[in-house]
Ligand binder design. Structure first.
Ligand code: ADP
Ligand code: UDP
Length: 236
């Protein structure tokens, strides 16, 4: 498969068309952003670590019967995926309170959420990815009722699979963000699942092993991602 045109340069990945209309190549770069792209730094090895990490997770989800856009790894920084018509809504599942939930509701970080919560955010950097509800998504045409129901169902399925997977590596899956898209009338999981888009804590010490290390200036960002990978049996 060959790269053709650069379709889009995102904050962490570049998206290329290919010689096959139904497939894209995603290039995972070392760029790391926070605060809606207001802070960007290059972190050595991050692109390849996230590409390998994402491939591992997407394959685990596929094994559990959850359809994803992942096709195959092309090289350390590149992956072939199905070309989706992306739904511009980010789906966030939370098992423990952290991040914007703590800021918004004033609850204590680490509070266990039972049942887990499900939230929607509009994918719009200029507006700082505002939180929206289903009514907004439907009225503004961002997603239909059926798409919203399916995205919610799939998000909780992903949570069930991954909570167990990370627990086996002695980690808590605190929260995560998913993006979905349409592929020939089916809603399937797109984008990436990596420590850039989720929160993972060591179960005993609650050491942060995700992008909060970058957001909060804790250091050893990629080292933490690699540690998570090693606990899951990923070789980088
Ligand atoms: P951002 O757009 O938030 O800066 P990235 O740097 O990760 O994020 O860019 C990747 C872009 O590719 C995102 O806009 C994402 O929605 C889009 N994308 C991810 N997977 C697919 C796919 N399978 N088909 C089409 N677009 C995709
Ligand atoms: N997240 C993400 N991209 C975004 C916003 C959030 O991947 O544009 C992830 C984030 O890493 C965390 C979860 O979604 O795992 C919930 O994020 P939150 O709403 O707490 O926002 P933040 O604290 O990151 O501003």
């Amino acid at each position: 498969m060959e790269k053709r045109e650069l379709l889009y340069t995102g904050k962490a990945k570049s998206v290329y068309t290919t010689d096959e209309a139904d497939y894209l190549i995603l290039v995972f770069r070392d760029d790391t952003s926070a605060f809606d792209g207001k802070r960007i730094e290059q972190l050595a090895r991050k692109g390849r670590v996230n590409n390998a990490f994402n491939a591992f997770i997407m394959q685990k989800l596929a094994e559990a019967g959850i359809e994803t856009h992942f096709e195959r790894l092309l090289n350390p920084n590149e992956v072939v995926v199905k070309k989706l018509n992306m739904i511009p809504v980010e789906c966030v599942v939370r098992n423990y309170a952290a991040g914007s939930l703590v800021r918004r509701l004033g609850v204590t970080e680490g509070l266990e959420l039972n049942p887990p919560t499900f939230e929607l955010f509009l994918k719009n950097d200029a507006l700082g990815d505002p939180m929206i509800n289903e009514s907004h998504a439907k009225s503004f045409g961002w997603a239909t009722e059926e798409q919203l129901a399916r995205m919610k169902e799939l998000s909780f399925q992903v949570n069930n699979v991954l909570k167990e997977l990370f627990a086996a590596g002695n980690m808590l899956l605190v929260d995560f963000k998913l993006e979905f898209g349409e592929f020939h009338d089916r809603i399937i999981l797109g984008d990436e699942f990596s420590p850039d888009g989720c929160r993972l804590w060591d179960k005993e010490t609650r050491k942060k092993l995700d992008k909060d290390r970058f957001r909060q200036g804790l250091g050893d960002v990629v080292e933490a991602y690699e540690e998570v990978g090693h606990r899951l049996g990923i070789t980088f």
